[in-house]
Each structure stands twice: as structure tokens, then as C-alpha cells.
Design a protein around this ligand. Structure first.
Ligand code: ATP
Length: 740
């Protein structure tokens, strides 16, 4: 099978002599585009030659798709620096949109173009260098970043390194549009890139650059499968530059998670990042380490081994499928009930172990006390003693630094906290003994009060009564809160345009539409409107039959599983063999969607099916006109419709799609209200022909539904914000002290 893939020439050895494939070099050299084409995309050349495509690059918005093609490829005047057509980039849903239209281009564009020129200028040199030299360059960048040099200053060289690593390892050289996308991500935008435009490769740019400061760079995606697939796919690029990659998968234990977060770049799901944040927070509270918002960074700075948070901090996160995660999932609370029993047992046992040996330490010899701060600190001999003491298995797995801390606390308690002076032991409500503090001013018992920082538990251990490690109460964070905690946030998506205002408002991330690398060739066929669902489905299977006869693959998206089954039955009656997807098996689903572009293939899928899966077309299918996508109903969010449409016409492939509608569609009820929807439905029952002119009504209904959802989200977000504010005011932790 010959698969059309824009791959580069793998025979280009890293050590091969320099070829002037850099944009600046290309243009200066005038006619090197042909040789360079193995590593230079047509769009790079178009852009560099200043051949401006007047289309918006997104091109899914209206029936003018078909017209959205570039002009003839005649060469413009050679330029020393790349000339990316500014009007191909748009910032959406923000105030700068007006700046955009006033000046005719995005204000940041000039700067980004300059940066692109700088990146490209590195290329000829980098192409001539050995792998080792590249790695050294990468290391030098890391030193500079760690020394405090601004990442923005390191960007051109860093991005040029990643591009060269991509070319050498995967045979994929980042296109200029991907570079601009990468710059916008570094600057905290949501980059809207059409499906199939290579978001996975683009992501390596900001992830690499942010990883240089050594605080971790996270990529959050929607499921384990994509996290693993993308990390493994991109790993050679990072490795070539000496950057480690970690992957978080749901079944992973704490050890592997800590290791993965310890890597320079970590791929995982938003959900797992959220749970790890909560588990860390619970763990720290159980150890009485949570006091203030100091944990805002997820607990960075604790010891490197044993029982400690798995996350290093929340520095930079790049959110894949940003609209889905940052908007659809925004309010989804991630909830965990309690810390794991083994962790609790470990903490309890360590308190006991430390108390047991506390009397064996000698002042000056094993520990010192700071006169001013009253802080206890083990001496080298004291630490040596800690290491040599016998330990149970559970205690042994605790980090050494933690063991020192437990010991210092136990010694302090043994010396300074005396029974019947600072505290008493008395039978508690639960039938077990408890420590009650004696108020040093009044001499009365301070009911319910507890010492902090583990002192209370250390005293309980000393008195050999039950240790009151917090049981780990329900902890909760919304996806939105999670991402707002990152110091730097950016996102990528195929379909953010319709949510641009919301994204900017909540996350302060402007949306930038990145033009396609090659001109889109996706054709939108006119909408069809029918009286009833069955009339619509009949027309759909007729269209499938007709297109199927030519061998072109057809993908049909439905809003629900039951509707996909009805369609499937109708296709079976016509003896059209087809695949039906259900959402149970993501990996299998991805395979089915990946194959959906093959000859004679008919696939019925729910709208969400196969997101993030590449549909490659053979030359034969390209010649036949590519894949045809049938949308059977409008979704509540136009974004979801566009995702389905985006399965065809990827990377400049040809393709077509059509929207089918009927007067009993759910969207009418949601958008126009039950009365009007009912009237339309009744009218539809008596119709015998299509009423295509009604299509506008459906789009209007969809906009109304979107607005309503947006308002609902805003109201809920407001309540959440108020709740957190109130909790902070009364000294509670909004993530741990959660109302049921
Ligand atoms: N610079 C490049 N050079 C060569 N091939 C590329 C380049 N960028 C991307 N590709 C190819 O484009 C295809 C699509 O990439 P990818 O799956 O990352 O797209 P995507 O934008 O994530 O799409 P989706 O939204 O469907 O997930 C891949 O097969 C990849 O190999």
C-alpha cells in the first residue's frame, strides 16, 4: 500500500555537509527549493515567497472552503528573511482582534516573524553539526536557562535545535507555520491548528524550551493512550537533545509517577495531573506539612526520596485538545477519598520508630539546639545513628531526609513536652486514649486543640497511644483550578475559535489561529434538511451508497450510539459493509478510524470517535477525491461538529463533507424551546421533500445552545470562586476541606 506521507529524506545523515535548507538560506540562494523540498514544505515556500493566501486558514467555517486555496505557485521576489503572511494568523475572540483588523495583521506577528528568521538562520550551521555537538548546544542552553537567562532569548536557538532533532530522528522538520505555532504557545496562547497539521510535533517546541529551567514541563492530553503514544513518538527528538521524557499512566504507582514527574518533560492526562496534585496535598497534610499556600506549587522542594510528593511543581503545562479539557471538562471535579492505607501506615510507623529511639540521642554529640530558633538539628554522627538503627520495611522505604526530620521532632518532644505539664493523657470519646493540651496561661485543658507540624502525633507516639494521622479526607479540585495553578499555560486544539472569548476570559490565554501548512482542499457540500430523522437517514444511506460505489471512503458521525445503530441496520439492508465504533475501546477505535481512509471503507462513528488519530490516504484515494464525511446532526457545540469534519481533508488532502439536518433534531428543542421545536416537528411529519432553506434555523439554534451553556458555566464558576474565597477566609484549604 502506498501511503501518502509528507516524510522527509531519512538518508540525510546528521553529519552530512550543510545544505542551505534554512528559510533565509533558501531565499538568499534563490533556487534551492527543489533540493530542500525533502525538508521544506510547500507552505514554507509559499509563505517565504510572500504568496499570500487570502483564506483564513481555518476554512471550516463556511461554504467558502472550496475556494480557500492558494494562488499559483509562481515565485515572488527572493527575500533575505521569511515573509509569513500576517493575515493568515488571527487572534480570536479578544480585544486584539480589533487591532488585528485595524492594522490588517496580528500585532505580534512582526516580532514572531523576526524570531522565525533568527531560528532559520541557525539551520545551515546546525545541519552540519554532529549529534554530539547538538547535544552540547542543548546542554549549554540548559545552563543558561538555569542561570536565569530569559527563555525568550534562548528561543531561537532552542527551537532551531528541536527542528534539527526532529529532522534527524523522525524525518520531520517543523514547518514554518508550526514554528510560529510553537512561538505562540511559548507566549501562552491557545494555538488553533487544524486537525492533521501536526500538533504533536509542534508541542515539542515549547515543551523543550520550558523544560530547560529544570522545573518540569507537562503535556496534558485527554487519555492515557494518547499520552503514551505521543510521548513515545516524540521521545527520540527529546533524547537527541539530552532531555528526558516521562509518561504518567493511570495504573502507575507512586514510584513510577515520581520518576515520570522527575523527567524534564512529562506527558499525561489532565485527570492524572489533577489526582497527583490532590494526593500530594493530602500526603503533605497527613504529615502535617501543609500550613499555608506554600503548597501552591504542588509541594516543590521536598526531599528526593521516600515518602514525598510525586510532583515537582506546576511550572508549564501545554494542554492538548485544549477546548475539550479547558472548557468541556472545566467544571469536572476530580475527587479522591483518602490517602492510601499503606502511606498512612508508613507515617504512623515512622512516628513510633522515631519515638522509640528518641532517648538514645545525646545533646551536642548527636544533635544541637539553636538558641534562638529552638530548632533541633542532627549532627553528622546523629545522622549516622539514624541510618544505622534497625528499621521495619515500611520505615525503610521512607526517605532519609524524612527520617532525620521525624527523629529531630521526636527528640524535641522527648525533651520539651512533658506529661502533666504541657499535656495530659485521658480517655477519649472513641474509647482510646488521647492527648489534651494544657493551656500554659490558664492551666486549663484546651479541648480540641492540637499542636501542628507533627508535634501532636510525635507526642502520641511517645505516649504509645493511637496516632491521629489525618485519615485523608475527600480532596477535590476542578480541572479549571488545576490548570490555573500552573505558572505558564498554553494549549493546542483544532477547534477553539468558537470558545476563544471564554478561554481568554478564564485562563488569560488568547487564541491564535495558525494557518494550514498546505492550502486546505476540503469541500463543503450544501446542507440538507429533511422533515424527520428517518427521511434524513434514508437520504444519508443513499448518499453513502452513491459515494461508496466510487470506492471513496465515507465516515458518518452520529450524536448517539442508538442512532449509529439505526444507520448501521439501514446500511446492512443495502448490503454495504461497514464498521461501527463504540467508545469502549479507545485503542481499537483509533485503529478503526486510522483505517477509515481506505478504499471502500464505510465507518459509522459517534462524533467524538477517533479524535487525535491520523487518517492517512493512499494516492489512489487522493485521486478519487479523498474521504467524504457525513454529519448526521448538529452537536450542542459547533466545535464538536468541526472535529468530525476535520477527519477529512487533512494536511491539504482533498475531501468533502456535508451536514444533514431534520426538523425533529434535538438541537432545535435546546435552542428554540420546546413549543417551537414541537411545531417544527409536526410540520416535518407532513413533509415529503427536503427543505434545505431551513438550515439557517439550525445554526441559530446551535448558537443559542452554546450561549446558554456558556452562561451556565460562568454561573457555576462564579459560585466555585466564591466558595474558595470564603474557605480561605476561614482558614480552610479549598481543595482538602471540601463540602460533600
Ligand atoms: N513537519 C512535518 N513534517 C512531516 N510530517 C509532519 C510534520 N508535521 C506533522 N506531520 C505529519 O502529520 C500527521 C498529523 O500529525 P498529528 O497527528 O500530530 O496531527 P494533529 O494536528 O495532532 O491532528 P489531530 O487534531 O487529528 O490529532 C502525522 O502523520 C505527522 O507525521
Amino acid at each position: 500500500m502506498s501511503v501518502r506521507e509528507s516524510s522527509t529524506d531519512p538518508s540525510q545523515s546528521p553529519d552530512a555537509p550543510a545544505t542551505p535548507t534554512g528559510r533565509a538560506a533558501d531565499d538568499a540562494a534563490g533556487e534551492t527549493h527543489q533540493e530542500a523540498s525533502a525538508v521544506t514544505s510547500p507552505a514554507d515556500n509559499r509563505l517565504n515567497n510572500g504568496l499570500v493566501d487570502g483564506s483564513d486558514g481555518g476554512s471550516d467555517n463556511g461554504p467558502d472552503d472550496a475556494a480557500a486555496a492558494d494562488g499559483p505557485g509562481d515565485a515572488g521576489p527572493p527575500a533575505a528573511a521569511p515573509t509569513i503572511a500576517p493575515e493568515r494568523f488571527q487572534t480570536l475572540g479578544t480585544k486584539s482582534m480589533s487591532a488585528f483588523s485595524r492594522r490588517g495583521f496580528h500585532p505580534k506577528m512582526l516580532r514572531w516573524k523576526r524570531m522565525l528568521g533568527e531560528i532559520n538562520a541557525f539551520e545551515p550551521q546546525f545541519q552540519s553539526e554532529s549529534d554530539e555537538a547538538l547535544r552540547k548546544r542543548s546542554l549549554a542552553l540548559r545552563y543558561r536557562a538555569m542561570a536565569g537567562e530569559k527563555l525568550a532569548k534562548l528561543l531561537p536557538e532552542g527551537y532551531a535545535l528541536v527542528r534539527e532533532a526532529g529532522r534527524r530522528t523522525l524525518g520531520m522538520r517543523h514547518y514554518d507555520v508550526q514554528m510560529i505555532g510553537g512561538i505562540s504557545l511559548f507566549e501562552g496562547h491557545i494555538a488553533e491548528m487544524q486537525t492533521g497539521e501536526g500538533k504533536t510535533l509542534t508541542a515539542t517546541l515549547p515543551l523543550y524550551l520550558h523544560s530547560l529551567v529544570g522545573k518540569g514541563a507537562h503535556l496534558a492530553t485527554v487519555n492515557d493512550y494518547l499520552a503514551k503514544r505521543d510521548a513515545e513518538w516524540m521521545q527520540p527528538i527529546y533524547n537527541k537533545l539530552g532531555v528526558s521524557v516521562g509518561i504518567i499512566q493511570t495504573p502507575d504507582d507512586q514510584g513510577s509517577r515520581r520518576k515520570a514527574y522527575g523527567s524534564a518533560v512529562t506527558y499525561g492526562t489532565a485527570k492524572e495531573f489533577g489526582f497527583d496534585f490532590l494526593r500530594d496535598r493530602l500526603l503533605l497534610r497527613a504529615q502535617n506539612r501543609i500550613q499555608t499556600e506554600m503548597l501552591g506549587d504542588g509541594g516543590a522542594g521536598f526531599s528526593q526520596s521516600g515518602d514525598k510528593p510525586v510532583m515537582r511543581g506546576m511550572h508549564f503545562c501545554l494542554v492538548d485538545e485544549a477546548d475539550s479539557i479547558l472548557i468541556d471538562e472545566a467544571r469536572t471535579p476530580l475527587i479522591i477519598g483518602s490517602i492510601e492505607d499503606t502511606v498512612r501506615d508508613q507515617i504512623v510507623e515512622t512516628y513510633r520508630w522515631a519515638a522509640e529511639h528518641a532517648e538514645e540521642y545525646e545533646l551536642e554529640d548527636h544533635y544541637t539546639i539553636d538558641d534562638e530558633t529552638k530548632q533541633y538539628e542532627l549532627t553528622a554522627r546523629g545522622r549516622q545513628k539514624v541510618r544505622s538503627l534497625p528499621k521495619s520495611d515500611l520505615v525503610r522505604t521512607m526517605g532519609l531526609v524524612d527520617l532525620y526530620e521525624y527523629t529531630e521532632r521526636a527528640i524535641k518532644v522527648a525533651r520539651e513536652f512533658l506529661l502533666d505539664r504541657q499535656y495530659v493523657v485521658r480517655p477519649g470519646d472513641q474509647g482510646t486514649d488521647e492527648i489534651v493540651i494544657v493551656d500554659e496561661f490558664t492551666g486549663r485543658l484546651a479541648e480540641g486543640r492540637k499542636w501542628r507540624d507533627g508535634i501532636h502525633q510525635a507526642i502520641e507516639a511517645k505516649e504509645q497511644i493511637e496516632i491521629s494521622v489525618p485519615t485523608g479526607q475527600a480532596a477535590r479540585i476542578t480541572v479549571q483550578d488545576l490548570f490555573l495553578r500552573y505558572n505558564f499555560l498554553a494549549g493546542m486544539t483544532g477547534t477553539a475559535a468558537t470558545s476563544a472569548g471564554e478561554l481568554k476570559r478564564i485562563y488569560r490565554t488568547p487564541v491564535l489561529r495558525v494557518p494550514t501548512n498546505r492550502p486546505p482542499q476540503r469541500k463543503r457540500l450544501p446542507d440538507r434538511v429533511f422533515g424527520s430523522m428517518m427521511a434524513k437517514f434514508q437520504a444519508i444511506v443513499d448518499e453513502v451508497k452513491q459515494i461508496h460505489a466510487s470506492g471513496r471512503p465515507v465516515l458518518i458521525g452520529t450524536r448517539s450510539i442508538d442512532k449509529s445503530e439505526i444507520l448501521s441496520r439501514m446500511l446492512t439492508e443495502l448490503e454495504i459493509s461497514h464498521q461501527v465504533l463504540n467508545a469502549n475501546n479507545v485503542e481499537k477505535e483509533a485503529d478503526i478510524v486510522a483505517d477509515a481512509g481506505q478504499r471502500d471503507r464505510v465507518t459509522v462513528a459517534t462524533n467524538m470517535a477517533g479524535r487525535g488519530t491520523d487518517i492517512k490516504l493512499t494516492d489512489e484515494i487522493v485521486d478519487l477525491g479523498g474521504m467524504h464525511v457525513i454529519c448526521t446532526e448538529l452537536h450542542d457545540a459547533a466545535r464538536i461538529d468541526r472535529q468530525l469534519i476535520g477527519r477529512c481533508g487533512r494536511q491539504g488532502d482533498p475531501g468533502s463533507y456535508r451536514q444533514y439536518l431534520s426538523l425533529d433534531d434535538d438541537i432545535l428543542r435546546g435552542g428554540l424551546g420546546p413549543d417551537k421545536a414541537e411545531r417544527l416537528k409536526t410540520r416535518g411529519e407532513s413533509l415529503t421533500t427536503a427543505v434545505d432553506s431551513y438550515a439557517k434555523l439550525f445554526r441559530r439554534a446551535q448558537r443559542k445552545v452554546e450561549k446558554k451553556h456558556f452562561r451556565d458555566r460562568m454561573v457555576l464558576l462564579h459560585h466555585e470562586k466564591e466558595r474558595k474565597k470564603m474557605q480561605r477566609e476561614i482558614g480552610q484549604d479549598p481543595y482538602l476541606d471540601t463540602p460533600d
